[in-house]
Structures are given as C-alpha cells and as structure tokens.
Design a protein around this ligand. Structure first.
Ligand SMILES: Cc1cc2nc3c(=O)[nH]c(=O)nc-3n(C[C@H](O)[C@H](O)[C@H](O)COP(=O)(O)O)c2cc1C
Length: 162
C-alpha cells in the first residue's frame, strides 16, 4: 500500500475544499491510501510514515501560512529522512495573480531542501507549480486538484514499488 498524506491549513474553508479534490484524485489510484491532517496536528512520525506528502496552504503575503511553515521547521529534527518522498503543493488566494505561484513555490522549496521528489505539471489541467483556486474552488479548479492528486499518487506508487 502506498501512503499519501495530504496536509492542509485552512481558516475560512477554501483550501480545505480544494484538498477534497486532491484526496479524490489520490484515492482513485489503485493500491493508494490517502489521509488528511491539519498542518497544526502533523507530527514528524506522520511525515515519516508517508510515501507522498501533498501540502495545501492559503496564500498569506505570497507565501505559505505560518502553521505550514512551522510544520516544515519542526521537521528539521528529522532532516534527511524525507529524502525520496514525493511532494506537491496547492494553495488558495483571495485574488488572481496575487501570489499563488510564489506560495506553491515556497512549499516546494522546503520540500526540495528536504530531499523530496517534486514533479512539475506540463500537460493536463494542473498549473505547472501545483493546483490553486481563487476563493472557494470551482469545478474546473477541483478538476485540476484531482489531476494533481492522481499524478502524485501514481508517481509515489511507482517509486515505492521500484
Ligand atoms: C494574513 C492573510 C494574508 C493574505 N495574503 C494574501 C495574498 O498575499 N494574496 C492573496 O491573493 N490573498 C491573500 N489572502 C487571502 C487568502 O489567501 C484567501 O482568502 C484564502 O483563500 C484563504 O484560505 P482558507 O479559506 O483556506 O483559509 C490573505 C489572507 C490573510 C488572512
């Protein structure tokens, strides 16, 4: 079984709603189990148990929210042990063009520094740095999140069986 962990921080529900698309996509892949945790409750053991970690944050000043950054900061005590796990990011913003790419990149940067394997998205509905929505996700934005969840879970399943 390949374990996908979806981590989310959400205050007004937009990012939590987008997470549903990611989870649905991941669960559509055979042999994959997917669970959701709030960033504030994630432990290093949760991170270590996962084959893939998909992190969603609201865009706060063009970056991940503090609760999400805190989770990465706390993972410093297991630094090096996330190497080889698959990672991806998603975010929601208040307005188009006001930081969704930089937020996903801020999450991806932490993943790369942790040695994780982060796919880009070059075809299909997912934007290259990961899914996003402006406010509550539309069906189109959920489709992009589903595609991302499915693609990350497929990659993680391949890597964990290799
Ligand atoms: C402290 C703070 C900073 C924010 N910064 C941005 C920003 O830089 N760009 C943007 O488009 N929206 C910004 N927003 C709006 C949120 O990103 C947006 O409402 C998001 O969808 C909230 O996600 P949630 O419903 O999951 O909590 C900010 C909101 C807060 C509270």
């Amino acid at each position: 079984m390949t374990n996908v962990l979806v981590v989310v921080h959400s205050v007004t529900g937009h990012t939590r709603a987008l997470a549903d698309g990611v989870i649905e996509g991941a669960r559509s892949v055979e042999g994959v189990s997917c669970r959701l945790l709030a960033a504030a409750e994630v432990t290093n053991d949760d991170l270590l148990a996962a084959d893939a970690i998909i992190v969603g944050s609201p865009t706060y000043f063009g970056q991940m929210a503090a609760d999400v950054k805190h989770m990465f900061d706390a993972s410093n005590s297991i630094y090096g042990r996330l190497e080889g796990k698959v990672g991806a990011a998603f975010t929601t913003v208040g307005a188009a063009g006001s930081g969704h790419e930089t937020t996903n990149l801020s999450i991806i940067t932490a993943m790369l520094v942790s040695g994780m394997v982060v796919p880009g998205f070059a075809s299909g509905p997912t934007p290259c740095f990961g899914a996003f929505s402006v406010g509550m996700p539309t069906e189109r934005e959920l489709r992009s999140a589903r595609h991302m969840g499915e693609r990350v879970a497929t990659l993680a399943a391949r890597l964990s069986s290799a």
